[in-house]
Every structure is written in structure tokens, then in C-alpha cells.
Ligand binder design. Structure first.
Ligand code: GMT
Length: 374
């Protein structure tokens, strides 16, 4: 049994989901888990007797023009490391978590190992920002071990930040107990989707990098050939522009804006195709969730997406922005039932073989053993 601290962004994004799900799996294996975050992680949705939560409280003293969250986090990390005698502090998303962890380690006597997991925008966006680049590089170099969620992200990190150190690639995973194809088709009726209509789904935080408008443009071509509905799940800065585009293309009757949703496995279970057309994407956890529910995916040749979707086996890969190609490939999948079934089956198999939660859990546990031996 190990004592493991975990820090992540508790409210949004795939990195918080992975960190929390990993914490839960580790707890089920008998480890003692200490979440050190600003809020209770939203996926921590039941009580575990061996999971503890330590809230980071920030002082909002009037002298501060910016409340010092990072320092409060480092202080809390040091307090928990010392009091609970943590073996490992595993931080998800380099900025600022890796740097806070290094600082906390320097503040304590107790020997704790720092593991940093890179998730994507901490490198591909923040890592090229001159105001943060050097400190992110510092956090990566000073961590005892560093993992990245795809080969592509590990390579980009080395290239963009000129980091020499060894990095382990540990893919993301989904909880198979939640992500599987549910058989209840009644949901389709509830959304007034006719039986013969195909369902295309996109799930994201509607940020520019996700290119949600390409999804709408592709759909506008698909719906001319195949009776279909587009479900847009999520919210974010590009929501209004996307809404306007749907209106301009006169697609209102074909597009459902569902906003933020949790537990999307039921929505995925009534879907026939998933589109993720990002220009940057280190992994694309939503692809894995779709594949686990037997949904073929089309994604872009960006970051780690081609490591998740096997082109021609579980779905297709297209160039970023090639809406023509994306719509052609979508129409092919949606109109060839034998192809759809092959992609769907292979997607489910691939998740079970390559991205099974127990397989990834074992890899993290092996990494913890290795770092503690060193
Ligand atoms: O930037 C985001 O979209 C959110 C970010 C996060 O913090 O969750 O997502 C990143 O981490 C996910 C979990 O590892 C990956 O599945 C996403 O691909 C990655 N996002 C990007 O690289 C844009």
C-alpha cells in the first residue's frame, strides 16, 4: 500500500477526469489517496474510506492584486506530504501543479517523489507562451518522473521545450463499468430523432482548437445525403459563433445543442458517428469514450488522435480543416452497414485491449514502484 497525493484541475477537462478516475482505481487497489485540489473533484462521486480530500484555500488579502493560488497550493502540498507521510505526489497538468510540487518538496524533510503527467495544452499552448515556457520546463526537469498521455505529446514536449529527459507514455483510459453501449434506444425518441435518422455527435469544451465549426460544415454536407441529426455536447467560448453558423446554414431543425452533460455514455450509445476535428489534441479522451460505446470516430491528423483512432480499422483520420474529405468519409461510414459494424466492433475491442483501465492502472503502479526504488 502506498500513500499517494493527487493534484489536478477538479472542475473541468479530461485531465481532471483521468486524475480522479486513477485515484479511485488506486483506492480500490488498497492505496491511500489524498486529493489536494481547490474543490472536490467532480468525478469523486462516492465515498471511499481510503480517499481523503484536502482543500486549497487562498487568502484574498486586499494587498494582493492576484490571489496567490499557486503558493497556497504549494503550502498545502507541503503540509499534506509532512503530515500524511506521502510516498508519491502525482500531479496532472504541468502548470502550475508541477512547479508547486517541486516547491513543496523543497519545503519538507520527508522524502516524497514527484510524478508529473502532461496532458496537452500545458505543453502545446502554455509551453510556447514566453511568460511560462521556462517555468514549465523547470517543473518537467525537476520532477522525479514525467509521463505523457501520447507519444505525440512526449515528442512535442521534447521538441518545443528542448527537454532531454526520459518520459513514459501512459495512455488514457475509461471506466468500462460506465462506458459501454447501452441498449436503451428510448432516448432517441425523447430527442425526437426518427429511427431512420443517423446521429452524429461532437463533445468538447467549444474552444477554438476544437474547430467546432468544421463539424457543422461537414454536417451540412452529410445531411444532404443521409437523414441525420447532429448532437453538440458541451459549452465554451465558440458556442455562440457555432449557434449562429447553424442558423446561417439553416440547420436549426437538424442540430441539437445539449450544453454541458455528464455521463455521456447514454448519448454515445444512440450515436452512429463521432467527429473530433481539432487542430491540437494530445489524446482526445472523448474518442476513447465513444469507442468504448461502439461508436466509430473520424478525427484529424492532430497530436495523439491517430494513436487512438486506427485509420481504416476503427474509423478514419482526415487532414485538419478538410471538410470535404470528412463529409465523404462520414457518408461512407453511415451508409455502409457492414463497414459501420466492423468499425464499431473493432473500436470496442481496441479500447478493451489497448486502453483497458486495469492495464493502464498496472502501468502507473509499476511506475510508482520504479520511482520509489530509485
Ligand atoms: O485542453 C483541453 O481540451 C482540456 C485538457 C484537460 O486539461 O483536460 O485536455 C487535454 O487532456 C486530455 C486528457 O489527457 C486529453 O484527452 C486532451 O486531448 C487534451 N486536450 C488537448 O490537447 C487540446
Amino acid at each position: 500500500m502506498k500513500k499517494i497525493g493527487i493534484t489536478c484541475y477538479p472542475t473541468v477537462g479530461g485531465s481532471g477526469v483521468i486524475a480522479t478516475e486513477l485515484g479511485k482505481l488506486l483506492a480500490e487497489e488498497g492505496h491511500e489517496i489524498h486529493f489536494i485540489t481547490s474543490q472536490v473533484p467532480f468525478r469523486l462521486n462516492r465515498i471511499y474510506s481510503n480517499i481523503f480530500y484536502h482543500e486549497v484555500e487562498v487568502t484574498n488579502y486586499p494587498v494582493f492584486s492576484h490571489p496567490p493560488y499557486d503558493l497556497a497550493l504549494a503550502n498545502k502540498m507541503a503540509e499534506v506530504i509532512n503530515r500524511e507521510k506521502l510516498d508519491i505526489l502525482h500531479v496532472h497538468y504541468a502548470m502550475p501543479h508541477a512547479i508547486c510540487a517541486i516547491l513543496a518538496k523543497q519545503m519538507v524533510e520527508h522524502d516524497v517523489k514527484i510524478i508529473t503527467t502532461l496532458h496537452g495544452t500545458d505543453i502545446t499552448v502554455l509551453g510556447i507562451d514566453p511568460s511560462m515556457k521556462n517555468i514549465i520546463k523547470f517543473g518537467i526537469e525537476q520532477s522525479d518522473r514525467v509521463t505523457a498521455v501520447s507519444r505525440s505529446l512526449a515528442e512535442q514536449t521534447k521538441e518545443m521545450l528542448s527537454v532531454e529527459r526520459e518520459m513514459d507514455v501512459l495512455y488514457n483510459f475509461v471506466d468500462e463499468r460506465e462506458y459501454y453501449r447501452h441498449s436503451d434506444q428510448d432516448l432517441k425518441k425523447q430527442y425526437h430523432i426518427a429511427d431512420e435518422e443517423k446521429v452524429i455527435i461532437h463533445i468538447s469544451n467549444f474552444r477554438k482548437v476544437k474547430r467546432v465549426q468544421d463539424v457543422v460544415y461537414a454536417f451540412s454536407k452529410i445531411v444532404k445525403e443521409v437523414p441525420a441529426k447532429l448532437m453538440l455536447v458541451g459549452d465554451g467560448p465558440e458556442f455562440s459563433t457555432t449557434y449562429q453558423l447553424v442558423k446561417d446554414l439553416n440547420l436549426q431543425d437538424h442540430v441539437l445543442f445539449l450544453g454541458k452533460q455528464e455521463n455521456v455514455s447514454e448519448l454515445l450509445s444512440i450515436s452512429d458517428l463521432k467527429l473530433l476535428l481539432s487542430e491540437k489534441e494530445s489524446f482526445g479522451l472523448v474518442l476513447l469514450e465513444a469507442m468504448a460505446c461502439g461508436v466509430p470516430c473520424i478525427g484529424t491528423e492532430a497530436g495523439g488522435i491517430p494513436e487512438v483512432i486506427l485509420h481504416g480499422e476503427t474509423g478514419y483520420i482526415s487532414e485538419v480543416g478538410d471538410v470535404e474529405d470528412i463529409s465523404e468519409k462520414s457518408i461512407e461510414i453511415l451508409t455502409d452497414q457492414a463497414l459501420w459494424e466492423r468499425f464499431s466492433r473493432k473500436s470496442e475491442e481496441r479500447v478493451k485491449e489497448e486502453f483497458h483501465s486495469q492495464r493502464i492502472l498496472k502501468k502507473y503502479e509499476a511506475l510508482y514502484d520504479k520511482v520509489l526504488e530509485s
